[in-house]
Design a protein around this ligand. Sequence first.
Ligand SMILES: Nc1ncnc2c1ncn2[C@@H]1O[C@H](COP(=O)(O)OP(=O)(O)OP(=O)(O)O)[C@@H](O)[C@H]1O
Length: 253
Amino acid sequence: MSEVLLKTANLRRTFGGLAANDNISLELRRGEVHAVLGPNGAGKSTLINLLSGDIAATSGEIFYRDRDITRLTPHERSLIGIGRSYQKTNIFPGFTVRENCRLAAQSREPRGARIFSDAAAWGPYRTVVDAALRDAGLVDVAERRASDLSHGQQRQLELAIVLATRPEVLLLDEPLAGMGHEESLRMIQLLRGLVASHAILLVEHDMEAVFSIADVLTVMVNGVILMTGAPEQIRSSAEVQQAYLGSEEADHA
Ligand SMILES: Nc1ncnc2c1ncn2[C@@H]1O[C@H](COP(=O)(O)OP(=O)(O)OP(=O)(O)O)[C@@H](O)[C@H]1O
């Protein structure tokens, strides 16, 4: 089996009296897309926020390889190889696509070592920026201003910005949100190209896309894991049908 990069043990987060995540134990492996499904309010965003460090766990642990990272800040997690995208765009609109990636690449350096004003200091980032642009399908628009990109290209730039931080783990929060069919297919193709070298956690409402790309699915309901399994197991589970997929299909009927 492939290498476990990120693992949680009995992770819990409460907001007042509500357990938004409770007893969450899961593993993200290199070479796998692990999708997290669940109805609105199930706790998916809370889980991503806990893994990225944007919110603190109430109890439980998060391990990166064998290191306990439960108390690390988001920046510290980014430095060791955990990258996340946000539902809300994280782009500098007045900068070019390439400049956005350069800034992200530079953020990997310890704070004192950053020299934003010196363009020559960006040289060492060229390789990683070029790779991020290539892997996110943006080579042809690298010199365009981010604000001039289409919605789908801006979502690709979100991905490029994360890739420029050289992560091994990608935490992707609704990367297909607001995309048309063609744009979604393009993004799925790009994600497929990244799987071999990364562990990918995907929160996404587009079921067709999720089932077309996920190797493992975790279904959450009311803050807890209902089931984790391969796509065919999830699809054929009566429990999952009842708790989630059935109601989703009914919603879209
Ligand atoms: N900052 C917060 N303060 C209080 N309650 C919160 C906070 N963040 C999330 N919650 C609550 O925790 C529960 C889980 O929310 P979460 O956003 O993680 O669900 P979700 O599965 O991502 O939903 P959606 O699919 O709608 O994005 C919800 O009941 C939500 O209202």
